[in-house]
Design a protein around this ligand. Structure first.
Ligand code: AMP
Length: 116
């Protein structure tokens, strides 16, 4: 279902432009407009799911697909040799600001741990 007030639904539908690097029938991947690393991509499901906390049993294949595509685009962007990070922020206190499930893919610089 497309939520008209959800910016990532509107990106997925093509209503709002984005720097797309990949798309298929289940998900799209695009460049983050406020990159936190030389490569910072977001992978989102086409279907509106608010957060990881709202993922149900029926969503398991979609979630697996998002993670596989995250790895594939990281490889396509040349991140695999030095490593990359995948992050899902869940809830406002964890830094989630867009309430449509998304996987961050970050790489191209050393990434410290633990995150803030
Ligand atoms: P989070 O804070 O984990 O919810 O991540 C949301 C991310 O979406 C942030 O890194 C934002 O910079 C990014 N973002 C917000 N609006 C857009 C947009 N229109 N196109 C691309 N990235 C966006």
């Amino acid at each position: 279902m497309v939520e008209q007030d959800c910016i990532f639904c509107r990106i997925a539908s093509g209503d709002i432009p984005a720097g797309r690097v990949y798309e298929d029938d289940q998900c799209i991947a695009f460049r983050d407009t406020n990159p936190q690393a030389p490569v910072h991509l977001l992978v989102i499901p086409r279907e509106h799911v608010e957060s990881l906390d709202d993922v149900g049993l029926k969503d398991e294949p979609m979630l697996g697909h998002l993670m596989r595509i995250a790895s594939r685009i990281a490889n396509d962007q040349g991140l695999a040799e030095n490593g990359y990070r995948t992050v899902i922020n869940t809830g406002a206190s964890a830094g989630q600001s867009v309430f449509h499930l998304h996987v961050h893919v970050l790489g191209g610089r050393p990434l410290s741990w633990p995150p803030g």
